[in-house]
Design a protein around this ligand. Sequence first.
Ligand SMILES: Cc1cc2nc3c(=O)[nH]c(=O)nc-3n(C[C@H](O)[C@H](O)[C@H](O)COP(=O)(O)OP(=O)(O)OC[C@H]3O[C@@H](n4cnc5c(N)ncnc54)[C@H](O)[C@@H]3O)c2cc1C
Length: 413
Amino acid sequence: MKYDVVVVGAGPAGSTAARYAALNGAKVLLIEEHASIGSPVGCTGLLSTRAVTECELKPSDEFVFNSVRGAAVYAPDGQCLPIDGRQTRAYVVSRKNFDRTLAVMAIEEGAELSLRTRAVELEKANPEISNGNSQVKLRVLRKGRPETISTSVVIGADGVKSRIASYAGLEKPARILPGIQIEAPYASDDSDFVELFPGSFAPGFFAWTVPVDEKVSRIGLALEPGLAWKKGQEENSSLAYLEKFLRSNSHVKARYSGSMLDFIVGGIPIGSQEKTVTDGVILAGDAAGQTKPTSGGGVYTGAFAAKIAGKVAAEAALEGDTSAKRLSEYDQVWRKSLGRELEIGMKIHDYMGKLEDRQLNDLISSLNTPSILNTITEYGDMDHPSILMRKLMFSGNSLRLMKAFGTFLRTLF
Ligand SMILES: Cc1cc2nc3c(=O)[nH]c(=O)nc-3n(C[C@H](O)[C@H](O)[C@H](O)COP(=O)(O)OP(=O)(O)OC[C@H]3O[C@@H](n4cnc5c(N)ncnc54)[C@H](O)[C@@H]3O)c2cc1C
């Protein structure tokens, strides 16, 4: 079997990369180790309107459960910062159906999809010997049987634990936030709003409730391991943190029924590795650490980068030069668009994660003025937090906010 491009992993990044490679004239195979697309789910399924557009989809009943227009941010002391985006800002989706829709789009463009096909090894030809065209032999287990697939380029879109990164001698994302979530009956105050809980319930990141509808929400948290795991303390697992959040956060406790419909765990990679290409291999999506460090969302950024990956892989394969030098066009282009935002996001993540509860109380209370809330409504953007940061810094905001936050804001730009 010989392909121009083989994409490993049929998540949002993989299906999008496969579609773009096919659109650009390549013979494409998309392989997925599971027997079903989009399963098991490891995601809250909160997608910005931009994420859906980036995937070239219209919001549809096929995958959208709910629309949200804002967030209620709860400080550790219980005060609420109500951020009303005044229009739909995000969708709560069925990730299973969303991923299936993207896979169908890839197939419609001509990509072949092979389920129950796991990449288990990768062997590259030396590009110097074969005139820059690095033929890759991908060993797979298809329905349990070993096979070898020949291709010019492999796109590793195989998620946070990327085996393709290891097989190709590339690094994996170094920082991974453990995440945990249940879907459960939960009496939302307003199912147009998500609820966010930064602070010691989820050290280094935050806890959330995301309404599927007015009766059911996805309730979860992610943590920064360096801040969460401490010797001798009671909560030394994500589950222990989640249980404590459900039982002791008074707001959540009053609305949560105590039972659950679904339970997921997963890792959120933050901070991309230095290199996302090598001879004959490209990494995209979580495999390339392209997730936003401020929200943990990776569908928008992954799909954005995957389009570039698919296009560059196809062009390189058809030109007959799949050397690292040729494929580095992908690395340069995605970093040019997303790199700065992810860098600023990481600074925000690190700064916010280290704030103590009393500092968070102070910061959230200093943001809670009509004029600052207006600025947040106008410029808040879950995919591009730097826009709001810049605005907060340069629009002559309250002295109190600048005292709490000004020194940090100045380090961003
Ligand atoms: C708790 C939690 C909540 C999250 N919430 C959100 C959210 O609300 N919004 C958001 O945008 N993001 C969220 N994310 C992040 C989001 O889930 C990921 O960024 C996104 O799924 C990455 O897409 P991907 O295509 O790169 O990888 P994945 O979706 O992980 O897909 C990788 C695919 O590769 C397959 N695979 C792996 N290895 C192999 C192999 N060797 N051979 C063949 N196939 C293989 C896997 O089975 C999988 O289907 C969340 C993550 C977690 C953990």
